[in-house]
Ligand binder design. Structure first.
Ligand code: EPZ
Length: 461
């Protein structure tokens, strides 16, 4: 088996070299899935982690998944060639590419981290079930399709491991702009002759609803004001892209966004912001495994609350010329954590905090305020010897000296990464199954941890 794995890696490396040599332009969506994604496919995959090695060195932070996906969707708003730089090589980008291509858009990977998106004069305004059920974020084509084409047919995104994920705020916001909706056969059908700017008050600062209303409003007649808008850095990145295209968006990143509708947008080049969730994951890896690392390209200003909370646990983290430097002491102190919309502690960081608290000194209470059911990975951590009890949307974590390696299963992207992180500090071997979840949101996760000295392998079956 060992020989087979090494041979496989050699073969992967050789294929990458060939392609890099000829500088092949790859059509992402019509691309044979057996190629640049060979390390990240839907095959049954496992990540094997042998704990106990402190981390050291530097790795680059990839572009943000939760921005890149929305930027790709918003390209629909303008005919022509858009170029996105710093696009992460992850499965979700491939799924969004497949979705755009199914509408008649041409998506090419024109460099290792660059996509060229050629949007035609007309598209098939539909997001089919087989793509939406693979990635809920597909719902963000709704706003741009309504904004530019006045029509959208989107398969209703189902719930997932986090529990019910309704889109009522998306619909309500777009209805306020003048769109009409009907639902049939598992699809939501939206139409409008002309969107009209208005005041949209969101019941909750939903990221997706803010983005859909924003992308529709840039092409509405008149002024739209989104109140109680989400303030995540990815929203500001989307607004920056829309403004480059000729949009007039002010206030993104605050709770009030004002949009002056325009008649036309043009295609542009834009660089995706770095991924703060990947940064948080690698910081947690240092927290559990100990050591000292530099995260190149990380943006400290997007991570204030996280850095403060990890500092309360005893980590030393500071901005540096490359990005962010971090070191962890021998044992972290327990703290209480509550997830909140940005700038609070992100719900995507929560599984990482439960992993950190599992080996911290003392007891920490973790409260989930965004997604009711986001504790499914706790049983897996308990399998590794963690002392975690959940009650409703709270988890009480009593730190233990050390976890022990065990076979566990990743229920979703962030929980999967948190199980790998927990394995870095565990005694013996942890095998994380269903690792394809991790590949959806992390570029070369295994490779980056290995570059920092961890003993981590990615297995294909
Ligand atoms: C985005 O999801 C992210 N996904 C999530 O990251 C992230 O956890 C979440 O924001 C919160 O930060 C992407 O950007 C692709 P919301 P989104 O709308 O937009 C409720 C990851 O791992 N709600 O802000 O779906 C909803 O149920 C993913 O990268 C309604 O009730 O999140 C939730 O409780 C996981 N009705 C809360 O609001 C609505 O119409 C926040 O959801 C919309 C949302």
């Amino acid at each position: 088996m060992a020989v087979a794995r090494v041979a496989l890696e050699h073969e992967h490396r050789a294929r990458r070299e060939d392609r890099r040599e000829v500088g092949a332009v790859e059509r992402v969506a019509t691309f044979d899935p057996g190629h640049w994604y060979e390390e990240h496919t839907d095959d049954v995959e496992r990540i094997v982690v042998r704990g106990g090695r402190p981390l050291s060195g530097a790795v680059p932070i990839a572009g943000a998944k939760n921005s890149a996906l929305k930027l790709m969707a918003s390209a629909l708003l303008a005919e022509g060639d858009h170029v996105l730089e710093n696009v992460p090589r992850i499965v979700d980008v491939e799924i969004m590419s497949d979705l755009l291509v199914s509408m008649g858009v041409d998506v090419r990977r024109t460099d290792e981290h660059e996509l060229t998106i050629r949007v035609p004069a007309d598209v098939q305004p539909e997001a089919p079930y087989e793509l939406v059920e693979r990635m809920r974020a597909s719902i963000v084509v709704l706003g741009p399709l309504l904004g530019r084409f006045g029509e959208a047919h989107i398969a209703l995104p189902g719930g997932d491991d986090f529990g019910p994920r309704p889109i009522d705020m998306h619909v309500r916001g777009l209805e306020a702009l003048g769109a009409s909706f009907e639902t049939s056969h598992g699809y939501v059908h939206a139409r409008c002759d002309q969107l009209l700017g208005t005041r949209v008050l969101l019941e909750f600062p939903s990221v997706g609803a803010t983005e859909n209303v924003l992308m529709a409003a840039v092409r509405a007649k008149g002024t739209t004001v989104i109140e109680n808008a989400a303030r995540e850095p990815e929203i500001a990145d989307l607004a920056a892209f829309l403004n480059r295209m000729g949009g007039q968006v002010v206030g993104a990143g605050s709770s009030t966004i004002v949009i002056e509708g325009v008649d036309e947008l043009v295609p542009v080049r834009h660089r995706v912001i770095p991924d703060r969730v990947e940064t948080a994951t690698l910081l947690a890896a240092v927290g559990v495994a100990k050591g000292e690392v530099t995260l190149e390209g990380a943006r400290p200003e997007h991570l204030d609350m996280l850095v403060q909370k990890l500092g309360d646990m005893g980590m030393r983290i500071s901005p540096c010329s490359e990005g962010l430097w971090a070191a962890a002491p021998t044992r972290l102190r327990a703290v209480d954590v509550a997830t909140l919309p940005y700038p609070g502690i992100a719900t995507d960081y929560k599984p990482l905090f439960v992993a950190l608290l599992s080996v911290a000194e003392g007891v920490g209470i973790v409260t989930e305020n965004l997604f009711a059911g986001r504790f499914r990975y706790v049983d897996e951590l308990v399998r590794m010897g963690a002392d975690v009890r959940t009650e409703g949307h709270h988890a009480v974590v009593r730190g233990v000296e050390r976890l022990s390696g065990a076979p566990v299963r990743a229920p979703d992207i962030r929980a999967g990464a948190a199980l790998v992180v927990a394995g870095l500090g565990a005694e013996g071997e942890t095998v994380v199954a269903d690792a394809h979840h991790v590949a959806r949101g992390y570029e070369d996760f295994g490779g980056k941890l290995r570059a920092l000295g961890a003993d981590v392998e990615w297995w294909h079956e």
